[in-house]
Design a protein around this ligand. Structure first.
Ligand code: AMP
Length: 281
């Protein structure tokens, strides 16, 4: 497995791969890899001749300095995991390599960023979209795999790809959970034992809403209340708990077509997100 740290080396390398007719699959991550990230590699390997994973804790997408500082980093462990799962190349740049000076160009997706993480994490999606645009121009993949865990992020990236005509296919992989239902996240490592236990109420809450939905409840206020009651038993500070249209990410009052219930919540100073699709069909 190759490790490349410089942008130019990466570009030269992928140009050569493409000249040789290889299909490049790309998995962008911030490292602290877990089974969720590894499932994206498995998905990429189904379609690609060559899988590139980026590991870059992107400073521009963190709205809180402390969260950036405390973000778990362990490159040696990541390297082993990526290799064991068949990644062909890791792109592992420094922040100075990616941002030698402040970017004067911004990329911003509107409308679908008006809700959920778009409103509660100022500037977050601008940071995500900018780094993903840069990474697409560096790794030049034919397709990239993102997790449904960050549902709004995938929607925002798909929008950017469509609006700016990036020649990259976006594949969405389903959420990987711990055996007890907690959505895997690099931030789970920072949970105390007590908060790890409390966090289970997130998935339990969303599932209860999904159950009620499957049994015919369509009123959004009622569906949210079902989740909220369960989540609050975990003494969890809810950042948002909303049901939105799965495409526009706009709030709705009744579910008439495919929707998404999404939650963000703080356990101590750790912010976790989770979601469930509420599919009408
Ligand atoms: P991150 O390193 O948190 O930026 O995540 C990198 C990619 O992994 C994103 O596309 C995430 O949506 C995806 N991801 C993170 N956690 C999970 C999970 N539990 N299941 C599936 N994909 C995930």
């Amino acid at each position: 497995m190759k490790i490349i740290k410089h942008i130019q080396s990466m570009q030269r390398f992928v140009n050569e791969l493409s000249r040789n007719g290889k299909t490049i699959g790309f998995v962008p991550t911030m490292g602290a890899l877990h089974e969720g990230h590894l499932s994206l590699i498995d998905e990429a390997k189904k379609h690609a001749d060559f899988v590139i994973m980026s590991i870059f804790v992107n400073p521009t997408q963190f709205d809180k300095k402390d969260d950036l500082k405390k973000y778990p980093r362990d490159f040696e462990a990541d390297e082993k995991l990526a290799k064991s799962r068949g990644v062909d190349c890791i792109f592992y740049p420094t922040a100075e390599e990616m941002y030698p000076k402040k970017s004067w160009t911004s990329v911003s997706v509107s409308e679908i960023t008006n809700t959920l993480c778009g409103t509660t994490r100022a500037g977050h999606f601008d940071g995500v979209v900018l780094v993903v645009a840069k990474l697409f121009n560096i790794a030049k993949p034919h397709f990239a795999v993102f997790g449904q865990k960050d549902a709004q992020q995938v929607a925002v990236i798909k929008q950017m790809v469509a609006d700016l005509n990036f020649d990259v296919k976006i594949i969405t992989a389903k959420i990987v959970r711990e055996a007890d239902g907690l959505a895997m996240s690099s931030r789970n490592l920072r949970l105390s034992k007590e908060n790890r236990e409390r966090a289970l109420a997130l998935h339990r809450g969303l599932q209860a809403t999904k159950f009620a939905f499957e049994n015919g409840e369509r009123n959004v206020e009622n569906l949210i209340d079902i989740s909220r009651k369960i989540i609050e038993t975990g003494q969890i500070q809810i950042d948002y708990l909303e049901i939105v249209d799965v495409e526009s990410f706009q709030k709705i009052e009744r579910i008439e077509k495919k929707a998404l219930i999404a939650v963000a919540a703080f356990l101590g100073d750790v912010r976790l997100i989770d979601n469930e699709i509420l599919d009408i069909s």
